[in-house]
Ligand binder design. Structure first.
Ligand SMILES: [Zn+2]
Length: 146
């Protein structure tokens, strides 16, 4: 469970709503916040999380989530809530390819694109970002070695 999901589940509960659509009664799953706001959830958690950020800006304090500055960056998920969507997307692709030992072409395969909810990326772009991470890690290691 990623940290956005944890936060969303702390505020929202899934509810079943009966709606009448084109004269037919249908059951629809929606999510209700502690404050009463009812929202639809898409593939991810961003719609619910946007509400929390806007209407419950002190959610970190309320849920006792440590900020990255105080937990020594031990929790990468906490850190990732502070980075851009683009950076998070690239990080997710890297994590997937590296952890599952996939070839870079994996990100361009039709099945991968069909079944992933990540923003599409091409292998050249991913490869370029991986090089930047390697260079950054090398630079960091050189600076911190004695
Ligand atoms: Zn709310």
């Amino acid at each position: 469970m990623n940290s956005n999901e944890k936060v969303c589940r702390a505020y929202f509960e899934e509810i079943e709503v009966v709606v009448t659509k084109e004269g037919e009664r249908q059951r629809v799953l929606k999510w209700r916040c502690k404050c009463g706001n009812i929202r639809m959830k898409g593939n991810g958690w961003s719609n619910l999380f946007d509400h929390i950020k806007a209407m419950h800006p002190k959610y970190r304090e309320e849920l006792h989530i440590d900020s990255p500055a105080t937990d020594g960056n031990k929790n990468i998920e906490t850190f990732l809530t502070h980075v851009s969507l683009k950076a998070r997307n690239i990080h997710s692709w890297m994590q997937w390819v590296v952890n599952k030992n996939k070839p870079l072409t994996f990100v361009e395969e039709p099945d991968t694109r069909t079944f992933s909810n990540l923003e599409p990326i091409c292998r050249k772009t991913l490869s370029s970002y991986m090089e930047q991470v390697i260079n950054g890690a090398y630079f960091y290691a050189c600076q911190n070695s004695t």
